[in-house]
Design a protein around this ligand. Structure first.
Ligand code: ATR
Length: 276
């Protein structure tokens, strides 16, 4: 019988995940189907119960449910617990187990494309929202020694540093201070939604102080190059958009469901095609 997987979110219509996972199932010769489910916040609890009742094998979770789903699951992986967000749920026997592959997806993408050994690189993260939590905690879990945080609301960045159970050194600052200190970092990671389509003209901070050859990465992949990344490139930075992170979080979820790690290059090509 065909196995059923999916993604729950609100909104969900523009998710690239169904095309990516359905192609991966076909490629792996697995008889399965992945469906986008539009689930409103007030219906989340019933949706999670209902998916168990109808035999769904696993699902992804996207905005706005990544945190609110936690109490509705039967157990949660320690990294997802530290991050405080779940993006992948696996059915183990008859229990829902929550994981977070966003942060790990980001770290894999960074290692593959930019820098294999990260531990000794001073890193700056811009932002302190959900995406920043995943990346910060996962980098700390990978034993990166220094991960500084800058955010418009400094208290939120401080809270993130305090909440993370993995040991790392972190200086917390506002965006103006970060602008002056960019040369101190070999990797800078932009985790806010600033610059995302349709507001493509915005940038989180000025990067005049950026040194050439700094790795500058932006989790946004639509547009494929934000204004922030374009400026960084003009200043000689090595740039990376959020496409590989998106693909790797999906590939890691697929691996948790099937035991097979799919071809990420094919997945990436497919998502670029979907974006047009
Ligand atoms: P996500 O879960 O996608 O990370 P979020 O939790 O709403 O989204 O976090 C958004 C991040 O973008 C936060 O770091 C936010 O800064 P604040 O904590 O100060 O709100 C940042 N952000 C959003 N709009 C911004 C803007 N116009 N200027 C600067 N930072 C902004």
């Amino acid at each position: 019988m065909k196995q059923l997987f999916g993604v729950i979110g609100d909104p969900i219509a523009h998710s690239m995940s169904p095309a990516m996972h359905n192609a991966a199932f076909k490629e792996a010769g697995i008889d399965a189907y992945y469906h986008p489910f539009h689930v409103k916040p007030e219906d989340l609890e019933e949706a999670v119960k209902g998916m168990k009742a109808i035999g769904v094998q696993g699902f992804n979770v996207t905005i706005p449910h990544k945190t609110s789903i936690i109490p509705l699951l039967d157990s949660i992986d320690p990294l997802a617990e530290a991050i405080g967000a779940v993006n992948t749920v696996v059915r183990v026997e008859n229990r829902w187990v929550g994981f977070n592959t966003d942060g790990e997806g980001y770290v894999r993408a960074l290692k593959e494309q930019c820098k294999e050994y990260l531990q000794n690189e001073p890193i700056l993260i811009i932002g302190a929202g959900g995406a920043a939590r995943g990346i910060y905690c996962t980098l700390a879990a990978h034993k990166v020694k220094q991960i500084d945080l800058c955010n418009r609301t400094v208290e939120k960045a401080q809270k993130l540093a305090n909440d993370c159970p993995y040991e790392t050194v972190t200086n917390v600052m506002n965006l103006q201070e970060a602008e002056k200190r960019l040369k101190d970092y070999s990797i800078i990671i932009q985790t806010t939604s600033i610059g995302m389509s349709p507001k493509t003209d915005e940038s989180p901070l000025k990067i005049d102080e950026l040194q050439p050859n700094t790795i500058v990465s932006d989790i946004v992949y639509n547009p494929i190059q934000t204004k922030f990344l374009l400026k960084a490139k003009q200043q000689g930075a090595i740039i990376q958009n959020g496409m590989k992170m998106f693909v790797y979080q999906g590939a890691l979820a697929f691996e948790k469901w099937t035991g097979i790690f799919p071809d990420t290059h094919k997945m990436e090509q497919l998502v670029y095609q979907q974006l047009g």
